[in-house]
Design a protein around this ligand. Structure first.
Ligand SMILES: [Ca+2]
Length: 355
């Protein structure tokens, strides 16, 4: 999500997003044909999981070109040994028993299996409320609410809804707010150093949307950004409906701080990330962070990738954030083509440690 301020004084210049966009052009790490789905739990970060050029026709061959749209609501009856049943692309949330991928031990999760209409588990999640200083550091347009107005458990998922309806009763820096949405964090309730952080999500669509699944050092905000460190497991903007970005941010030279170390993956076949659920994963260890999409590795960040003067700060506990931003420096403002409300659906968040 890049720098957030949580009410602190963090301010990130608009230049950040421009640099980030340009940096991604030559930083492709796209999916090997057939790697999706079958390669779930692809924790073996084999270089063969990555192809260098997504523009070739072979990238349209995922699952033979057909999305997995089979219903997922009956997986609770599946054999316990089937550990891949609930983390493939698909069109429905699941609440299957959690079978840890080989080599990993589950340490924290939320399956969002509560009653329809209920709030998130308060023992696990906090609400970040308000418009944030400078629109959460990015000139975002939304006001984040608490309670169930914009974040509710429904159908086995956390559903974060962003909409324009009712937003004007809140005050934003630019005047009456134009949008309401929600932002949840585990700060102070759960944080972990290293491991596998994973969420299965169905993203919103339309110009100006900016959903994110990300992490910040638990030392934030006492230690300000970027020194606290940031791992963006998934970011997407509406202008790029098929592209997931994975990024680390930390301290160093100005241009590096703005951009981070980032990779992207493009869903083949012109499909949008809003069409189906997909699994977004980061695996993190002492000197590396690996980003996966539907189990396929698309970007690895290591300490060797740091520019001169940069510091490796991914060496302490991080907490988890889920939010649905609207507008801001990177995605730009919604326009008349954006349909409201939009939803970011989170089937689950699961965190593991290495065995
Ligand atoms: Ca679920």
């Amino acid at each position: 999500m890049r720098a957030r301020n949580f009410g602190s004084t963090t301010f990130i210049p608009a230049l950040l997003t421009l640099l980030t966009l340009s940096s991604c052009v030559g930083d492709q790490g796209n999916l090997e044909p057939g790697a999706l789905g079958d390669a779930a739990h692809g924790e073996t970060s084999d270089a063969s999981d990555v192809v260098k050029d997504s523009r070739g026709p072979e990238t349209d061959e995922r699952d033979g070109g057909e999305p997995d749209t089979s219903p997922r609501t009956d997986v609770a009856d599946a054999p316990a040994t089937d550990v891949t049943h609930d983390d493939a692309p698909g069109d429905a949330p699941v609440d299957a028993p959690v079978d840890a991928p080989a080599g990993w031990v589950l340490t924290w999760s939320d399956e969002f299996g509560g009653a329809d209409g209920s709030a998130v588990d308060a023992t696990k999640w906090n609400y970040d409320v308000g418009a944030g200083e400078s629109g959460w550091g990015n000139n975002e347009l939304e006001y984040y609410t608490s309670g169930t107005d914009n974040a509710v458990v429904r159908g086995g998922s956390l559903v974060i809804t962003a909409t324009n309806a009712g937003a004007s009763k809140y005050k934003c820096s630019y005047g009456p707010c134009k949008f309401v949405s929600a932002r949840l964090t585990t700060s102070g309730k759960f944080a972990q150093k290293y491991g596998r952080f994973e969420a299965r999500m169905k993203l919103p669509r339309g110009k100006g949307v900016w959903p994110a699944f990300w992490m910040l050092g638990q030392n934030f905000p006492a230690t300000d950004w970027p020194d606290c460190g940031e791992i963006d497991v998934m970011e997407n903007i509406g202008d790029e409906p098929s592209i997931c970005h994975g990024t680390t941010h930390g301290p160093g030279p100005a241009s590096y701080v703005d951009v981070g170390l980032t990779g992207q993956v493009t869903l083949p076949g012109g499909k949008a990330l809003a069409d189906d659920f997909h699994v977004y994963t980061a695996e993190w260890e002492a000197s590396a962070v690996r980003f996966y999409f539907d189990g396929a590795l698309y970007k690895t960040v290591t300490s060797k990738d740091l520019p001169s003067g940069a510091k490796w700060v991914w060496d302490h506990s991080f907490f988890v954030l889920l939010n649905f931003a609207v507008g801001g420096d990177w995605p730009g403002s919604p326009d008349a083509s954006t349909k409201w409300p939009q939803t970011m659906e989170v089937d689950y968040v699961r965190v593991y440690r290495a065995e």
